[in-house]
Design a protein around this ligand. Structure first.
Ligand SMILES: Cc1ncc(COP(=O)(O)O)c(C=O)c1O
Length: 462
């Protein structure tokens, strides 16, 4: 930690003094008025907003301020997006510089794009250095699917239950998009897209004699599925390194190395969708780095521009020509503001020792969650690496029945105590800004633990 530039590292601390600071009931009167007015026209809001319709006006570092002047501790980073803190001065400055100088030049090279390309090639492992830029995660996923077809001349894809990859047709075809509040009309997946179970250590489908998860059984199933369930034309396995939206579900350590070996055996690409988990959130540039695996294709988004919409699709050098065959460019992809945001974000991660902070405070988070699991009857499992965290609520630790009602109420209670966050269903998800130190990490966990304890009392557990 010695090499951290102290001045930069501490830029967010002043705005965090005294948080959470609540001066009205929340959502407050102005939030209520503004939300009701907006919701007359704006439809299709997410469940988080429906459950807690607060309106935000300002963000600085790890704090958010609503339109009634209440200040919250941020445990969501937007939605895994503003990972280096809201309005990081270096990143805001970089974007505004180009906003005044050159906003768009299609896919012509600009000075800031040249620098970004060199930076990315320097950071990414192996020969992952054939790059294209986009402006949302889904567009990068679609491009990755097209690239996989162009590289392999094959057309089938295998993804996994409860993965999420975006909301356009190819991306939707890699996921089950008609669960809960998300409905799909008509055929839900394009032809040639299949889904298989992936190992969840808390809810294993196949176990070894000692009860632990049996990764080999999953791999055997995949091998069988390749022979029996496909026409032998699989271009890629499409997987999140960790299932973010599903609840921060990490695979066992041997899963990706074994899957990569299977992919290599059948000349299938491993496409690693790091839109949510990449760029430092788990303490590595790529989450797959934790397991020593280099994917054939990778996509980045969310944190990549720390709030400015910029995403990337990258393939390895030897497959770079495939990008010539898929009409890879787009209207906004790689515009100067986007390149500036991404470049400044990558520089901040290095300059401020963000990966080290994520590893050390991430260790604190995990210890704290493990202690909470011991002490709370409704916490069935805790999961995480770095700052990608989950607490799974169950009605009974033996039956592991998901406790959805508790999830919703804990979410609302913690929000009411001043924590802005993003749970989904019975798994409480947390993605705090990666700049956060132990003091505020502990403050957030205290709020969540208090909310869980209150729910336990209300449901008669304690
Ligand atoms: C793993 C993953 N891939 C792709 C996407 C889609 O990204 P976007 O919402 O920017 O289109 C998401 C969004 O949550 C995601 O989590």
């Amino acid at each position: 930690m010695e090499n951290i530039n102290k001045v930069q590292k501490d830029w967010w601390k002043e705005s965090a003094i005294g948080i959470p600071k609540l001066i009205t009931d929340i959502p407050g009167p102005e939030s209520k008025r503004m939300h009701a007015n907006t919701a007359r026209y704006m439809k299709g809001l997410s469940s988080q907003v429906k459950l807690f319709p607060v309106c935000f006006e300002e963000g600085s570092g790890i704090t958010l301020t609503d339109v009634d002047g209440n200040k919250y501790l941020d445990f969501s980073s937007g939605i895994y997006v503003t990972s280096l803190g809201h309005c990081h001065p270096k990143i805001s400055e970089a974007v505004s510089h180009w906003a005044k100088k050159l906003m768009n030049a299609h896919d012509f090279t600009t000075p800031v794009k040249e620098k970004l390309m060199e930076k990315m090639a320097g950071i990414l492992p192996g020969k992952l250095n054939a790059i294209q830029l986009y402006s949302d995660g889904t567009a990068s996923v679609e491009a990755a699917l097209r690239a996989a077809r162009a590289i392999t001349n094959k057309h089938e894809f295998i993804s996994a239950y409860r993965d999420f990859h975006g909301k356009t047709l190819g991306a939707v075809s890699c996921a089950q998009m008609f669960r809960g509040e998300t409905y799909s009309y008509g055929p839900t997946r394009a032809a040639g897209f299949y889904m298989v179970p992936r190992p969840d250590p808390y809810r294993p489908l196949w176990t070894k004699g000692d009860g632990s998860i049996d990764t080999d059984a999953y791999i055997r199933f995949y091998e069988d599925f390749l022979k029996e369930g496909t026409v032998g034309n699989v271009a890629a396995f499409v997987l999140e390194p960790v299932q973010g939206w599903a609840g921060s579900i990490f695979p066992p350590d041997d899963f990706f190395p074994k899957l990569k070996a299977l992919c290599d055996k059948y000349k299938i690409l491993l496409y690693d969708d790091e839109v949510l988990a990449g760029m430092g959130r788990t303490g590595e540039w790529l989450t797959l780095n934790h397991w020593g695996v280099i994917p054939d294709i990778v996509t980045f988004g969310k944190s990549f521009g720390n709030g400015f919409p910029v995403t990337a699709m990258v393939v390895s050098e030897e497959n770079g020509d495939a990008l010539e065959k898929i009409s890879a460019s787009s209207s906004y992809g790689g515009n100067p503001m986007a390149c500036a945001a991404a470049l400044a974000s990558l520089e901040v991660i290095e300059e401020e020792g963000i990966l080290q902070n994520v590893r050390s405070v991430g260790g604190f988070f995990m210890k704290r969650m493990l202690r909470m699991k011991e002490q709370h009857p409704i916490i069935g499992d805790v999961k995480g690496k770095g700052f990608l965290l989950g607490i799974e609520l169950v009605k009974d630790k033996k039956t592991k029945e998901p406790f959805d009602e508790a999830g919703k109420i804990v979410y609302q209670k913690a929000f009411r105590k001043g924590l802005a966050w993003i749970p989904a269903g019975h798994i409480l998800r947390m993605s705090p800004p990666l700049i956060m130190d132990e003091k505020y990490a502990s403050m957030g966990m205290d709020i969540i633990e208090e909310a869980i304890a209150e729910v336990e009392r209300e449901f008669g557990y304690k």
